[in-house]
Structure formats: structure tokens, C-alpha cells
Design a protein around this ligand. Structure first.
Ligand SMILES: O=C(CO)COP(=O)(O)O
Ligand SMILES: O=C[C@H](O)COP(=O)(O)O
Ligand SMILES: [Zn+2]
Ligand SMILES: [Zn+2]
Length: 313
């Protein structure tokens, strides 16, 4: 089957109360690892490329890799732009064959975010491409952050409704306490589920997206550190919270950091245990396998196992 947009994929996820995994891709081994994991779970999957990924890999290589993944796996796959920063970047990706784009206007004032998102939606929808936008600022909840500070950065439920209505966007990334990277919480992990529930109730059936949702598995952090790494105090979103979020309208969960940790831990182990090794395949293959294993596990946590079947009819 060809690359598809995310409309039906996220709709089915919403109805089934599970979330689709959206994994960041940067090179061949990462694409292959994710696809192996998705195949194992017979799961639909979103492969997403950031601006940094497109710069690193040269957009044409990345696109061709994803096309190869589609052909080889025959799974329902979306090629999505992660954190598009302008209309021009989104347009470029749409023209290049991406089936979904994110326009991240979250750092702009509300009206400007709406205006920018609307412009992307118009261009994308005319071409059958779905659009994700973002409202609110990602940030971890520090132990001493008070409610008014959370109100200032987290997604305002009423604004979310107005934003969705006025832009016609297909999905919305919300801020409820997650953040990008490996250091998400200084103290105890905490997400604002009351806010999530409010947003979901105000936007029935509408797909929400959780960024910064890596769990930072401690076993991977320890493995990195025990083979020469130095990433102390890394902490992510507990898996139970992701499972809960998927039952409250979160239909797409973004994961990049965990892929990086899995791949790096595996590569570090090979290189430290085999100092004479210098064939890249000898460490990239275990890196790829580690990603496959991680992705399969995530998809089970998200409830996405078996989600390919309904989309393949
Ligand atoms: O949100 C992400 C990509 O858009 C990735 O988040 P993590 O850093 O938690 O993996
Ligand atoms: O949200 C950010 C993603 O993890 C992508 O990161 P990157 O910009 O380093 O490719
Ligand atoms: Zn953002
Ligand atoms: Zn993100």
C-alpha cells in the first residue's frame, strides 16, 4: 500500500482508545529498526522527520528510505514533518511527498499561530495532506511551579477549541507537562491529566498529540552509563501515564529520545566489549535491533498492536 495521511489512522486510534507511535527517523538503521518493530506488532506507524533530520540526511535520502520501508513492509505508514517552523518548510515537504506535516506556531501569539496554521491547512488539504499544530509550551512541571505558571504555558482548553475550529487543523499537540529530551522531570513525574480530560471533553473525537513522550527507560540509561556514557539523572514519562493518555484522546505519541538511548546503549556495549571491532555493521546492526525491540514494546504500551489491519482494507 502507498504512504497514507494520518486522518483515518488517528480516527481509528481515537475510537479504539489507543495511540499511534510517531518515531523520529534520521538514517537507514533507524527506519529499518522502527519498521521491524512495527511489523512484529502488525501496527500502523508514523515516521517523522525534523528539520534537523532533513538537514542531516539530505531530504531525498530520507524520503527514499521511507518509500523503501513502505514497499518492503506493506504496513500503513505516514511520512510526517516534525516541528515545521514555517509555511515554506511545510510547503516544501508537501511538494516533496510528505503525507502529513506539523506546523509548530506554539511560540507565536495565539492569533499569529492561528493565521500561520490556517495557511498551512489550506495548502495541505488541497493536496490530501493532514496537518498537526501546537498550542501551549512544552515544559516539565517542576515541584515548585504553581498553578498560575502552569496556566501560562500549558494548553488552555477553551483556546484549544477556538484554535481547532478556526484553523480546521486535523490534530493538535498539547502541553500538559511533557518536554523534549532525556531530562523531563527534576522531581516526581507528573502530567496534568485534569487538563487533558477537559480538552478531550471539549473536543470530542478530535485527535490530540503528545510530544516529549519518551519514557527514558532506566535500564537503557544505566547501560549507556556502564559502557562509558555520562547521562546521569535522565528521567522520562512513566509508561502507565502514556497508556492513560491514550485513553483520553491522545492518538499520536512522539518518541525520539528513547530511540536514541536504545541505539546508543547497544552501540556503546559492542564497542566497549570489542575494542578491536571497526566494521560499522557490527555495531549498527545491534543498534538497529535495539530500536526494533524498543518500538515493539512501545507499540504494545500504546495499545497499537494490530492497528495495521483495519487500514489495509
Ligand atoms: O516530541 C518529540 C518529537 O517531536 C520527541 O520527544 P522525546 O524527546 O520525549 O522523545
Ligand atoms: O522534537 C524534537 C525531536 O526529538 C527531533 O530532534 P532534532 O531536532 O534533534 O532532530
Ligand atoms: Zn513546540
Ligand atoms: Zn516534539
Amino acid at each position: 500500500m502507498p504512504l497514507i495521511n494520518s486522518k483515518e489512522m488517528l480516527k481509528l486510534a481515537h475510537e479504539g482508545k489507543y495511540a499511534i507511535g510517531a518515531f523520529n527517523v534520521n538514517n537507514m538503521e533507524i527506519v529499518q529498526g522502527i519498521i521491524e518493530g512495527a511489523k512484529k506488532e502488525n501496527s500502523a506507524v508514523i515516521l517523522q522527520a525534523s528539520a534537523g533530520a532533513r538537514k542531516y540526511s539530505n531530504p531525498i535520502y530520507l524520503r527514499k528510505l521511507v518509500e523503501a520501508a513502505v514497499e518492503e513492509s506493506n504496513l500503513p505508514i505516514v511520512l510526517h514533518l516534525d516541528h515545521g517552523d514555517s509555511f515554506e518548510t511545510c510547503k516544501q515537504c508537501i511538494d516533496d511527498g510528505f503525507t502529513s506535516v506539523m506546523i509548530d506556531g506554539s511560540h507565536y501569539p495565539f492569533e499569529k499561530n492561528i493565521e500561520l496554521t490556517k495557511r498551512v491547512v489550506e495548502y495541505a488539504h488541497e493536496r490530501g495532506v493532514t496537518v498537526e499544530a501546537e498550542l501551549g509550551q512544552l515544559a516539565g512541571i517542576e515541584d515548585d511551579v504553581n498553578v498560575s505558571a502552569e496556566d501560562a504555558t500549558f494548553t488552555d482548553p477553551d483556546q484549544a477549541v477556538e484554535f481547532v475550529e478556526r484553523t480546521g487543523v486535523d490534530s493538535l499537540a498539547i502541553a500538559i507537562g511533557t518536554s523534549h529530551g532525556a531530562y523531563k522531570f527534576a522531581g516526581e513525574a507528573r502530567l496534568d491529566f485534569a487538563r487533558l480530560e477537559k480538552i478531550t471533553n471539549l473536543l470530542p473525537g478530535f485527535p490530540l498529540v503528545l510530544h516529549g513522550a519518551s519514557s527514558v527507560p532506566q535500564q537503557l540509561v544505566q547501560m549507556c552509563n556502564s559502557f562509558g556514557g555520562d547521562i546521569p539523572g535522565a528521567k522520562g514519562v512513566p509508561e502507565e501515564m502514556l497508556r492513560d493518555a491514550s485513553k483520553f484522546g491522545v492518538c499520536k505519541i512522539n518518541v525520539d529520545t528513547d530511540l536514541r538511548l536504545a541505539m546508543t546503549a547497544a552501540i556503546r556495549k559492542v564497542l566497549i566489549e570489542n575494542p578491536a571491532e571497526f566494521d560499522p555493521r557490527k555495531y549498527l546492526a545491534p543498534g538497529r535491533d535495539a530500536i526494533a525491540q524498543l518500538v515493539a514494546h512501545k507499540l504494545r504500551i500504546f495499545g497499537a498492536s494490530g492497528s495495521a489491519a483495519k487500514l489495509m482494507k
